[in-house]
Design a binder for this molecule. Structure first.
Ligand SMILES: NC(=O)c1ccc[n+]([C@@H]2O[C@H](COP(=O)([O-])OP(=O)(O)OC[C@H]3O[C@@H](n4cnc5c(N)ncnc54)[C@H](OP(=O)(O)O)[C@@H]3O)[C@@H](O)[C@H]2O)c1
Length: 254
Protein backbone atom coordinates (compact mmCIF):
# COMPACT_ATOMS: atom_id res chain seq x y z
CA UNK A 1 0.00 0.00 0.00
CA UNK A 2 1.19 3.53 -0.72
CA UNK A 3 1.33 5.32 2.64
CA UNK A 4 -1.59 7.72 2.50
CA UNK A 5 -1.89 10.57 4.97
CA UNK A 6 -5.08 10.78 7.02
CA UNK A 7 -6.07 13.89 8.99
CA UNK A 8 -8.37 12.61 11.74
CA UNK A 9 -10.27 14.79 14.23
CA UNK A 10 -11.54 13.51 17.57
CA UNK A 11 -8.62 11.10 17.89
CA UNK A 12 -8.17 11.31 21.68
CA UNK A 13 -10.83 8.75 22.58
CA UNK A 14 -13.87 6.79 21.41
CA UNK A 15 -14.35 6.13 17.70
CA UNK A 16 -11.47 8.41 16.73
CA UNK A 17 -8.96 6.66 18.95
CA UNK A 18 -10.04 3.23 17.66
CA UNK A 19 -9.79 4.57 14.10
CA UNK A 20 -6.29 5.94 14.71
CA UNK A 21 -5.21 2.50 15.95
CA UNK A 22 -6.76 0.77 12.92
CA UNK A 23 -5.22 3.24 10.44
CA UNK A 24 -1.74 3.07 11.98
CA UNK A 25 -1.88 -0.74 12.03
CA UNK A 26 -2.85 -0.69 8.33
CA UNK A 27 0.20 1.44 7.46
CA UNK A 28 -1.37 4.85 7.05
CA UNK A 29 0.26 8.06 8.28
CA UNK A 30 -2.09 9.84 10.66
CA UNK A 31 -2.42 13.40 11.99
CA UNK A 32 -4.30 13.13 15.30
CA UNK A 33 -6.43 16.12 16.32
CA UNK A 34 -8.24 16.75 19.63
CA UNK A 35 -8.03 19.22 22.53
CA UNK A 36 -6.49 16.76 25.00
CA UNK A 37 -2.81 16.98 24.04
CA UNK A 38 -1.70 14.53 26.77
CA UNK A 39 -4.11 11.87 25.50
CA UNK A 40 -2.88 12.45 21.93
CA UNK A 41 0.79 12.18 22.93
CA UNK A 42 0.12 8.98 24.90
CA UNK A 43 -1.78 7.54 21.93
CA UNK A 44 1.01 8.52 19.54
CA UNK A 45 3.51 6.64 21.73
CA UNK A 46 1.42 3.47 21.54
CA UNK A 47 1.09 3.79 17.74
CA UNK A 48 4.79 4.29 16.94
CA UNK A 49 6.76 3.24 14.90
CA UNK A 50 3.78 4.27 12.74
CA UNK A 51 4.24 7.80 11.40
CA UNK A 52 1.75 9.79 13.47
CA UNK A 53 1.53 13.47 14.38
CA UNK A 54 -0.40 14.68 17.44
CA UNK A 55 -1.97 18.11 16.85
CA UNK A 56 -3.64 19.44 20.00
CA UNK A 57 -6.32 21.91 18.88
CA UNK A 58 -9.81 23.09 19.64
CA UNK A 59 -11.59 22.83 16.31
CA UNK A 60 -14.24 25.30 17.43
CA UNK A 61 -11.54 28.00 17.27
CA UNK A 62 -12.01 29.65 13.84
CA UNK A 63 -8.20 29.86 13.39
CA UNK A 64 -7.66 26.16 14.10
CA UNK A 65 -8.50 24.66 10.70
CA UNK A 66 -5.80 26.36 8.64
CA UNK A 67 -3.21 25.74 11.38
CA UNK A 68 -4.13 22.02 11.57
CA UNK A 69 -3.89 21.58 7.80
CA UNK A 70 -0.61 23.53 7.62
CA UNK A 71 0.96 21.42 10.40
CA UNK A 72 -0.18 18.23 8.64
CA UNK A 73 1.17 19.18 5.22
CA UNK A 74 4.45 20.45 6.73
CA UNK A 75 4.99 17.09 8.42
CA UNK A 76 3.62 14.67 5.82
CA UNK A 77 3.67 16.69 2.59
CA UNK A 78 -0.01 16.00 1.75
CA UNK A 79 -3.44 15.33 3.16
CA UNK A 80 -4.95 12.46 1.19
CA UNK A 81 -7.91 11.85 3.48
CA UNK A 82 -9.70 14.19 5.90
CA UNK A 83 -11.96 12.52 8.47
CA UNK A 84 -14.25 14.90 10.36
CA UNK A 85 -15.00 12.68 13.35
CA UNK A 86 -14.87 15.01 16.40
CA UNK A 87 -18.34 15.71 17.70
CA UNK A 88 -20.42 16.64 20.70
CA UNK A 89 -24.01 15.83 21.58
CA UNK A 90 -26.89 17.85 23.00
CA UNK A 91 -30.12 16.44 24.40
CA UNK A 92 -33.34 17.91 25.69
CA UNK A 93 -36.57 19.28 24.26
CA UNK A 94 -35.94 21.32 21.14
CA UNK A 95 -38.38 24.10 22.09
CA UNK A 96 -36.44 24.86 25.28
CA UNK A 97 -32.92 24.12 24.03
CA UNK A 98 -30.23 26.39 25.45
CA UNK A 99 -29.14 28.52 22.49
CA UNK A 100 -25.58 28.96 23.81
CA UNK A 101 -25.15 25.19 24.05
CA UNK A 102 -26.74 24.70 20.63
CA UNK A 103 -24.23 27.21 19.21
CA UNK A 104 -21.37 25.17 20.76
CA UNK A 105 -22.71 22.01 19.13
CA UNK A 106 -23.09 23.70 15.75
CA UNK A 107 -19.53 25.03 16.11
CA UNK A 108 -17.99 21.59 16.66
CA UNK A 109 -20.30 19.42 14.53
CA UNK A 110 -20.97 21.75 11.61
CA UNK A 111 -18.84 24.92 11.36
CA UNK A 112 -15.54 23.26 12.30
CA UNK A 113 -15.87 20.43 9.73
CA UNK A 114 -16.78 23.02 7.10
CA UNK A 115 -13.72 25.11 7.99
CA UNK A 116 -11.50 22.02 7.83
CA UNK A 117 -12.93 21.09 4.44
CA UNK A 118 -12.33 24.65 3.22
CA UNK A 119 -8.74 24.49 4.48
CA UNK A 120 -8.00 21.09 2.97
CA UNK A 121 -9.68 21.49 -0.44
CA UNK A 122 -6.95 23.74 -1.95
CA UNK A 123 -4.30 21.19 -0.86
CA UNK A 124 -6.31 18.38 -2.44
CA UNK A 125 -6.88 20.42 -5.62
CA UNK A 126 -3.15 20.98 -5.94
CA UNK A 127 -2.48 17.29 -5.29
CA UNK A 128 -5.01 16.22 -7.94
CA UNK A 129 -7.69 14.94 -5.57
CA UNK A 130 -8.54 13.59 -2.16
CA UNK A 131 -11.15 11.94 0.01
CA UNK A 132 -13.25 13.60 2.72
CA UNK A 133 -15.16 11.41 5.16
CA UNK A 134 -17.66 12.90 7.59
CA UNK A 135 -18.88 10.99 10.62
CA UNK A 136 -22.57 11.75 10.92
CA UNK A 137 -25.19 9.66 12.72
CA UNK A 138 -28.31 7.71 11.81
CA UNK A 139 -30.23 10.41 13.69
CA UNK A 140 -28.77 12.99 11.33
CA UNK A 141 -30.91 11.18 8.72
CA UNK A 142 -34.06 10.76 10.81
CA UNK A 143 -34.26 13.09 13.81
CA UNK A 144 -35.41 11.56 17.07
CA UNK A 145 -37.15 13.28 19.98
CA UNK A 146 -35.00 15.05 22.61
CA UNK A 147 -31.94 15.20 20.32
CA UNK A 148 -33.14 17.82 17.84
CA UNK A 149 -30.12 20.12 18.17
CA UNK A 150 -27.63 17.31 17.61
CA UNK A 151 -29.65 15.84 14.71
CA UNK A 152 -29.81 19.29 13.09
CA UNK A 153 -26.03 19.77 13.33
CA UNK A 154 -25.42 16.46 11.53
CA UNK A 155 -28.13 17.11 8.92
CA UNK A 156 -26.64 20.55 8.19
CA UNK A 157 -23.26 18.95 7.52
CA UNK A 158 -24.81 16.37 5.22
CA UNK A 159 -26.49 19.08 3.17
CA UNK A 160 -23.42 21.24 2.64
CA UNK A 161 -21.47 18.11 1.69
CA UNK A 162 -24.15 17.23 -0.86
CA UNK A 163 -23.46 20.58 -2.55
CA UNK A 164 -19.68 20.34 -2.22
CA UNK A 165 -19.57 16.84 -3.67
CA UNK A 166 -21.03 18.06 -6.95
CA UNK A 167 -19.12 21.36 -6.94
CA UNK A 168 -15.79 19.55 -6.55
CA UNK A 169 -16.35 16.51 -8.77
CA UNK A 170 -14.04 17.88 -11.45
CA UNK A 171 -11.27 18.32 -8.87
CA UNK A 172 -11.46 14.61 -8.05
CA UNK A 173 -12.41 15.39 -4.45
CA UNK A 174 -14.64 12.60 -3.22
CA UNK A 175 -16.99 12.63 -0.22
CA UNK A 176 -18.17 9.75 1.94
CA UNK A 177 -20.45 9.91 4.97
CA UNK A 178 -20.66 7.36 7.76
CA UNK A 179 -23.91 7.09 9.71
CA UNK A 180 -23.20 5.16 12.93
CA UNK A 181 -25.92 4.18 15.38
CA UNK A 182 -25.37 3.95 19.13
CA UNK A 183 -21.70 3.22 19.81
CA UNK A 184 -20.15 2.33 23.18
CA UNK A 185 -17.99 5.39 23.93
CA UNK A 186 -18.04 8.15 26.55
CA UNK A 187 -19.97 10.37 24.14
CA UNK A 188 -23.09 10.65 26.35
CA UNK A 189 -20.97 11.60 29.40
CA UNK A 190 -20.00 14.82 27.61
CA UNK A 191 -23.34 15.49 25.96
CA UNK A 192 -24.70 18.97 26.66
CA UNK A 193 -28.28 19.86 27.59
CA UNK A 194 -30.86 18.01 29.66
CA UNK A 195 -30.24 14.32 30.46
CA UNK A 196 -32.05 12.08 28.02
CA UNK A 197 -34.30 9.59 29.87
CA UNK A 198 -33.90 6.88 27.20
CA UNK A 199 -30.08 7.15 27.08
CA UNK A 200 -28.26 3.88 27.75
CA UNK A 201 -31.20 1.67 26.73
CA UNK A 202 -29.45 0.44 23.59
CA UNK A 203 -26.13 -1.36 24.08
CA UNK A 204 -24.67 -0.32 20.73
CA UNK A 205 -21.61 -1.48 18.82
CA UNK A 206 -17.96 -1.13 19.80
CA UNK A 207 -15.82 1.81 18.68
CA UNK A 208 -13.53 -0.75 17.00
CA UNK A 209 -16.38 -1.91 14.77
CA UNK A 210 -17.05 1.68 13.64
CA UNK A 211 -13.31 2.15 13.10
CA UNK A 212 -13.20 -0.95 10.89
CA UNK A 213 -15.97 0.56 8.79
CA UNK A 214 -13.96 3.79 8.40
CA UNK A 215 -10.94 1.77 7.27
CA UNK A 216 -13.13 0.01 4.69
CA UNK A 217 -14.51 3.39 3.53
CA UNK A 218 -11.01 4.70 2.84
CA UNK A 219 -10.45 1.77 0.50
CA UNK A 220 -13.91 1.56 -1.14
CA UNK A 221 -15.06 5.20 -0.98
CA UNK A 222 -18.82 4.55 -0.78
CA UNK A 223 -21.07 7.63 -0.97
CA UNK A 224 -22.81 6.64 2.29
CA UNK A 225 -22.04 3.89 4.77
CA UNK A 226 -23.69 2.33 7.79
CA UNK A 227 -22.19 0.15 10.49
CA UNK A 228 -25.05 -2.32 10.99
CA UNK A 229 -27.96 -3.59 8.93
CA UNK A 230 -30.28 -2.29 11.66
CA UNK A 231 -28.95 1.26 11.12
CA UNK A 232 -29.53 1.06 7.37
CA UNK A 233 -33.04 -0.36 7.80
CA UNK A 234 -33.88 2.29 10.44
CA UNK A 235 -32.95 5.13 8.09
CA UNK A 236 -34.47 3.67 4.91
CA UNK A 237 -37.76 2.66 6.48
CA UNK A 238 -38.06 5.94 8.40
CA UNK A 239 -37.98 7.74 5.04
CA UNK A 240 -40.48 5.34 3.49
CA UNK A 241 -42.88 5.50 6.44
CA UNK A 242 -42.33 8.88 8.17
CA UNK A 243 -45.71 8.97 9.95
CA UNK A 244 -45.26 5.45 11.27
CA UNK A 245 -41.88 6.52 12.66
CA UNK A 246 -43.40 9.65 14.22
CA UNK A 247 -45.81 7.30 16.00
CA UNK A 248 -43.19 4.73 17.00
CA UNK A 249 -40.75 7.37 18.25
CA UNK A 250 -43.51 9.12 20.25
CA UNK A 251 -44.28 5.76 21.85
CA UNK A 252 -40.60 4.95 22.55
CA UNK A 253 -39.89 8.37 24.07
CA UNK A 254 -43.25 8.62 25.92
N1 LIG B 1 -21.09 7.32 20.35
C1 LIG B 1 -22.19 7.23 19.61
O1 LIG B 1 -23.18 6.58 20.00
C2 LIG B 1 -22.25 7.91 18.24
C3 LIG B 1 -23.31 7.55 17.39
C4 LIG B 1 -23.37 8.15 16.13
C5 LIG B 1 -22.43 9.08 15.74
N2 LIG B 1 -21.42 9.42 16.61
C6 LIG B 1 -20.46 10.43 16.16
O2 LIG B 1 -19.17 9.85 16.16
C7 LIG B 1 -18.17 10.85 16.39
C8 LIG B 1 -17.24 10.40 17.50
O3 LIG B 1 -18.00 10.20 18.66
P1 LIG B 1 -17.49 9.35 19.91
O4 LIG B 1 -18.60 8.47 20.33
O5 LIG B 1 -16.17 8.75 19.64
O6 LIG B 1 -17.38 10.53 21.00
P2 LIG B 1 -16.30 10.79 22.18
O7 LIG B 1 -15.83 9.50 22.75
O8 LIG B 1 -16.94 11.79 23.08
O9 LIG B 1 -15.09 11.48 21.38
C9 LIG B 1 -15.25 12.74 20.81
C10 LIG B 1 -13.93 13.20 20.25
O10 LIG B 1 -14.11 14.51 19.70
C11 LIG B 1 -13.11 15.36 20.25
N3 LIG B 1 -13.61 16.74 20.35
C12 LIG B 1 -14.76 17.15 20.92
N4 LIG B 1 -14.84 18.49 20.88
C13 LIG B 1 -13.70 18.93 20.27
C14 LIG B 1 -13.18 20.21 19.96
N5 LIG B 1 -13.86 21.34 20.25
N6 LIG B 1 -11.98 20.29 19.33
C15 LIG B 1 -11.29 19.16 19.04
N7 LIG B 1 -11.74 17.92 19.30
C16 LIG B 1 -12.92 17.81 19.93
C17 LIG B 1 -12.80 14.77 21.62
O11 LIG B 1 -11.49 15.11 22.05
P3 LIG B 1 -11.13 16.21 23.18
O12 LIG B 1 -12.20 16.18 24.22
O13 LIG B 1 -9.77 15.76 23.64
O14 LIG B 1 -11.08 17.50 22.43
C18 LIG B 1 -12.86 13.27 21.32
O15 LIG B 1 -11.63 12.84 20.78
C19 LIG B 1 -18.94 12.14 16.72
O16 LIG B 1 -19.03 12.96 15.56
C20 LIG B 1 -20.34 11.64 17.07
O17 LIG B 1 -21.33 12.62 16.80
C21 LIG B 1 -21.31 8.85 17.85
Amino acid sequence: MTAKTILLTGASRGIGRAAAEAFAAAGYRVALVARDGDALSALAETLRPADVLPIPADISDPQAASSIVTQTTRHFGTVDVLINNAGVGITGASHTINMGELAQVMDVNFLAPVRLMQAVVPEMQTAGGGLIINVSSIIGKRATPLSGGYCASKAALEHIVESMRVELTRDNIRFSTLYPGVTRTDFTLRTLGEPQPRAGRVRGVSAERVAAQLLWMIKKEPRDAYVTLFDRVFVTSSHLFPRLFDFLLAWYFR
